[in-house]
Design a protein around this ligand. Sequence first.
Ligand code: FES
Length: 131
Amino acid sequence: VNEDRAKLAGIAASLRIGSYHRHVFLCIGGSCCPSEVGEAAWEAMKKELKDRGLTPGTDANACFRTKVGCLRVCQDGPIAVVYPEGTYYCGLTADRVPKFVQKHLVEGHPVEEWVFARNPLPAPTSTDASA
Ligand code: FES
């Protein structure tokens, strides 16, 4: 078990886990959009994050990315969610990814016209809610 933990720690270190500011989960569809539309959005996401240097050690806005099979919304995709803000996006097609990356991940302002729900983590405290 300890050897497995050491191996995993090495993988985590190589992925720079612990250095990220945000994490985006993008559904590559099947139900919320055709799979080819989801895959195109994913390829655009990878390219934009790389091109804008949103990687650990090089940018304070480093963002981890994960493609997922379903976020349980299953319409008007590609669906995506960004943590820690818990911002849910619809219709995040490849052509929209550059604006999403620039506005939300670089500038810190969600693209409200594509946002349909929020679930920030951790949940706001009562003090935060009254602020
Ligand atoms: S298939 Fe994308 S949210 Fe369910």
